[in-house]
Design a protein around this ligand. Sequence first.
Ligand code: SF4
Length: 432
Amino acid sequence: MNPSNQLHYVKAKYDAAFKDASLQFKNLELARERATHARWKAIENLDSYLIEFEANFIKSGGKIIWAQDSLEAIDAVVKISKNAGAQTIIKSKSSTAEEILLKERVGIEGLDIIETDAGDYIADSMDEHSGHMVLPAIHKSVEEINSHFGLNNLAPDQLVGVIRDRLRETYLQADIGITGCNFLIADPGAIVITENEGNAQLCASAPKTHIVLTGIDKILPSLNYLDLFLPLLSTYGTGQKLTAYNSIITGPKQPEDLDGPEELYVIIIDNGRSTVLEHEVQRQASTCIKCGACQFNWPVYMSNPATNFSNPISAVTAPLIDNFESQEEAVRNSLLDGNLMDICPVKIDIQKLLIENRKESVEKGFEPRANKLFYFFWKKAMLNRDIMNWKGIKAGKYIMEGLYKSDRGLRETPSIAPQSFNEQWRDKLNIK
Ligand code: SF4
């Protein structure tokens, strides 16, 4: 199965599961409204909630490291690992780790990180990055995975069993476990991790040191919000009422605890998030809870999961962080798909944010010369009735064919009407 067909197959399964899981909400629309409001409240008061989280977390024995950018975050991981004399480092799924290129960069320092999420393990062993925010190996077929591992037609659950067996000893040997987190809770200073495999729990509790990587935007004011956000995240993320394992971690191991790490670090990373917050309109992207639902409805991703900007939310934030310098592709090629807001649990109006990015990019003078010329002539043609009635048809045909030819044959070129509307109208009313 090619990656795009594989994605459509999984999406169909996801759609059915989502429908079932969403029935747990008496009023899904109201739940989304509440979640949207809560995330806005958290983001608008980020400064005070982050400080509250830090103070509470330190009280329980946890350590906080603030990292301005990805290099500071990597430095912190390397320092902790070297000080601990770490030989084996394990990691569960973390979009923040992907963002800062953790594995590649600590690899330069001679440290090897072993992925423990089955999807990440598969992608990593194929030298690929995660293919989806929530489901890292979603674009790989069962046949492909079997053949990669030299296995004989194992079913998906058997494949996961093989990966678990391979990793079992590693958990016991690991000196450091690295995880991401889904939410930081300001009161009482807690980390929340939701997952389905239990590997994040093992990464967080088996090794002596646990490092959590998180962006500054993961904050929620209090534990009271979890009864809303945990089911909402799992419904939109995987079409489950609730994920199988949900951990609330408030600090390192205490004397009365049976297990848990002796040292617990939370590295809180900015890495351009403050820049996104400076943009009054696009700031809304910071309320994202990383459920991944929009990827299933993002034509750019569904037709080519290997694209550089594989999710709409990073298509919004990456150009802002980069001040539009090198993200032309994300600004120009993003399809403005109006239904994305309807499928987002926190109602992010992605279409509006993408349009705002285009506007800012043009205002800052980043519009390509070819675009400027195109729109110059387009405007001339559109404002001239003679051209519209005569050359317009041929020009339209030419433009359409050009656009659809560059579409790698994914869509059929629509045929152009032999007469423009204006001509048909004139004929109908017999106007010469
Ligand atoms: S933008 Fe919305 S749908 Fe997309 S990942 Fe974020 S919360 Fe989920």
